[in-house]
Each structure stands twice: as structure tokens, then as C-alpha cells.
Design a protein around this ligand. Sequence first.
Ligand code: DX5
Ligand code: ZN
Length: 217
Amino acid sequence: MALQINPSILSADFSRLAEEAKAVEGADWLHVDVMDNHFVPNLTLGVPVVEALGKATDTPLDCHLMIEDPDRWAPQYVEAGAGSVTFHAEAAAAPVRLAREIRAKGARASMALKPATPIDPYEDLLPELDMVLVMTVEPGFGGQAFLDIMLPKIRRTRELISKHGLELWLQVDGGVSASTIERCAEAGADVFVAGSAVYGAEDPAKAVRELRDLAGQ
Ligand code: DX5
Ligand code: ZN
């Protein structure tokens, strides 16, 4: 299992995005939260900012689309330079077609599940994906408390990935910190998004290293 730490730019200073992206070089991916104020009650950034971020850092971009109609928008994020694009299962009209399109355009295709969405109905789709994101908070805001009740879903997702012998990555996002990351790793997650735990720290690069050590134990 590849163990990866993806700092979320949502918790960074938006007036200094390029510097904030550089502050975590050494992380595996930079997690970019795109919100449209419809799928979630918050508004962040879109395609032009993703394009600019891609030019500002060598760290590949992991775009998490919390938007309606990802079928229409996701391919544009690949064109803007994202190396991985995550759409929400609850929002995609045709997830298989969309995952294929993202892959055909050259990015990793990933599907996210809100806390109330189970993984089992999506078992047959897993071979079409490169990653599953199990949300460990309700999407929309950084700095929320980790939902322990999501641990069984992380375990179940890992079980299904193993059952089918797939190479899929399993990402967790929301409330991941030094005090929760070990539980996530133990349940089978291997890609960890951390916003406030990284950008709220005095030394973000050091926070990334510490999280990586904890997850690897
Ligand atoms: C929440 C976003 C997360 C958020 C995580 O909807 O998807 O990526 O930035 O922030 P923390 O790590 O502070 O919970
Ligand atoms: Zn996210």
C-alpha cells in the first residue's frame, strides 16, 4: 500500500496560494477543494485557480470536486492540470462514463462518498476507479471533527478492494490529524488528506512528515 499525505489548500492563506503550495513541497499531492455553493454550502475556487496552482508547484494536484454536474466539469480540471480528479458519487449522473473520460484524458479517476453514502452499491464500479475517497466529515468546511463512525466504511471499502484484487488507493478526508490518522491507517486507508492539521501548524512541511510517520506505524 502506498502511504501518502495530501495537504488541503482549503486551510491555507488564499491571498498567498503559490507560497502556501510551496510550503508543503515534499507532500505527495496537493489536495484542492472545489466547492460550488450548491453541492455544499460553501464556495471556493474553480478551473483558473487550479491552472495557476499547477504552475506554482511541482506537487501534483488532487482535485476534490464538491460540485453539482461533475459530468460536465471534471474533464476541465484534467485539462487545467489536475493529476487526480475526484467526483462525488451523489452528484455524478454517469459515474462509469465520467471515470473513463477522466482516465482517457490522462488523470487518475476517483469517486468520493459523503458520510451517509455506503460503498456497497458501488462495488461493481471499483475497477473503473483509481481511488475511492471516504469522507470522514460532511463535506463543505475544513476544521471539523473526525467522524469515528466512518471507520467501518473505511474497513469495508478496503475489504472490497482486496476482494477484487484491485490496486485502488483509499483516501480519507476530514478531521485527519495526529490524533486520528492512526485509526484511519489501521482501518485500511492509505491516502490521507489533512487541512488544518498541516496549515494550522507552525511548520507545515514538518506536520506532513509527522503525519506520515504516524500513519506508517
Ligand atoms: C472538506 C474538505 C476537506 C478539508 C479538510 O469538505 O473536503 O478537504 O479541507 O480539512 P480538515 O483536515 O481541516 O478537516
Ligand atoms: Zn477535500
